[in-house]
Design a protein around this ligand. Structure first.
Ligand SMILES: *Cc1c(COP(=O)(O)O)cnc(C)c1O
Length: 403
């Protein structure tokens, strides 16, 4: 392999487009380094990151404490596989139990793997505990959901593009409208083992259900002996101004799926949390992952969680989110349809496509990404300050009010 000289933006983009599968349509900014809420491209230009890697870097880019843990642990041991035990996994279990109150943990890597794990756990619970006849288990999900990209997960997507060309699909899912508790009540049969839901739909465009929806859903699930499974891979760990979005409704799901910010953007770490009754259905050999629960992942996740607590990032998300929203509410544009927000999770819905706004914001030094055509998602690291919000707001106003 030749030793390559420093390449410019255009050359790097050309290489990526030539050799990489085109399953993404990124903005043309080539990031070389990052710190806190700021990222820098190969030309040294600075941008404020208002996506935070889909909420995987809630703690801010390259957080020094998490970085130190990564380096220290990498010097000790990185991977043992679950054939043997390691000293970090039990400590992560304990930390997660203390933080969330759930009895048991099952560690995986990507979010999609954890969702798959939750589906397997729910089905097994359905057969072994609820007594559903073999191969009859049903899981109720919501329209416009996003739970990941595996074949089983896209099997219950309502987005045609996510499914197109990927069949045959996994059966056993029923799709109902999001935010409609009556539809949930009607969809449940004696063979329903779980209701899988995002408390707030992120990829769909920061869709906040009617107040009381999740509480009613939890009650319906309880009455029907159905597991409430919350996917908080994006909404969890402080993003919405509570540790988990379900806390806004004072409920507690039977199973919780988290990932993304669990390792502060340093490493893919996901877990499924649940009661002993649910995760107790797994026995040795039933399920696994070579990398799941590895010591590097566990050490990094423990520090990422500690940073979240020590820096009071959940509270920051709430106060800074309110501040950002107050400023955004003063925007005036014929093209502005609606602004939705919970904590530092903000969707600005436009009448026209959002992509050109994101392109223009990039030119102004602010990075965000459109979701579902018309929504500009604003989700900076939770470490953002009010001064940085002012800085971001001036650019958003300039771009939105210019059109
Ligand atoms: C990102 C995301 C996933 C998938 O996580 P990956 O790590 O990309 O597999 C699942 N559910 C939700 C709500 C997400 O935001």
């Amino acid at each position: 392999m030749p030793v390559l000289d420093r390449m410019c933006t255009e050359e790097l983009i050309e290489l990526e487009n030539r050799f990489g599968a085109h399953n993404y349509h990124p903005l043309d900014v080539v990031i070389e380094r990052a710190e806190g809420v700021w990222v820098y491209d190969v030309d040294g230009k600075r941008y404020l990151d208002c996506l935070a890697s889909y909420s995987a870097v809630n703690q801010g880019h390259c957080h020094p404490k998490i970085l130190n843990t990564l380096i220290d642990q990498a010097h000790k041991v990185t991977l043992t596989s679950r054939a043997f035990r390691n000293d970090q996994l039990p400590l992560l279990y304990r930390d997660l139990h203390e933080l969330t109150g759930f009895d048991m943990v099952l560690p995986m890597n990507s979010g999609a793997e954890a969702v798959e794990t939750a589906i397997k756990a729910a089905r097994k619970w359905g057969y072994k505990i609820k007594g559903i006849p073999d191969s009859k288990a049903e899981i109720v999900v919501c329209a416009n959901n996003f739970h990941g990209r595996t074949v089983t997960i896209v099997s219950f997507s309502s987005d045609e593009q996510y499914r197109d060309g990927f069949g045959p699909f996994t059966p056993g899912f029923k799709i109902i409208p999001f935010g409609d508790a009556a539809a949930l009540r009607e969809a449940i049969t004696p063979n329903t083992c779980a209701f899988l839901v995002e408390p707030i739909q992120g990829e769909a465009g920061i869709i906040i259900p009617p107040a009381g929806y999740l509480k009613e859903a939890a009650e319906i699930c309880r009455q029907n002996h159905v597991l409430l499974v919350c996917d908080e891979i994006q909404s969890g760990l402080g993003r919405t101004g509570e540790l988990f979005a379900y806390m806004h409704e004072g409920i507690r799901p039977d199973m919780l799926v988290i990932g993304k910010a669990l390792a502060g953007g340093f490493y893919p770490v996901s877990v499924v949390l649940a009661s002993r009754e649910v995760l107790g259905v797994f026995h040795p050999g039933d399920h696994g992952s070579t990398f799941g629960g590895n010591p590097l992942a566990c050490a990094v996740a423990r520090t990422a969680l500690r940073v979240l607590v020590e820096e009071e990032l959940v509270k920051r998300s709430k106060t800074m989110g309110q501040y950002f929203l107050e400023r955004l509410r003063t925007l005036r544009s014929w093209d502005l349809k609606e602004i939705r927000a919970k904590g530092l999770w903000i969707g600005i819905e436009m009448l026209s496509p959002a992509r050109p706004y994101c392109e223009a914001l990039k030119e102004e030094g602010l990075l965000c990404k459109e979701t579902h055509d018309h929504v500009i998602r604003i989700a900076p690291p939770l470490t953002i300050t009010s001064e940085e919000i002012d800085w971001a707001f001036e650019r958003i106003r300039k771009v939105i009010e210019a059109r």
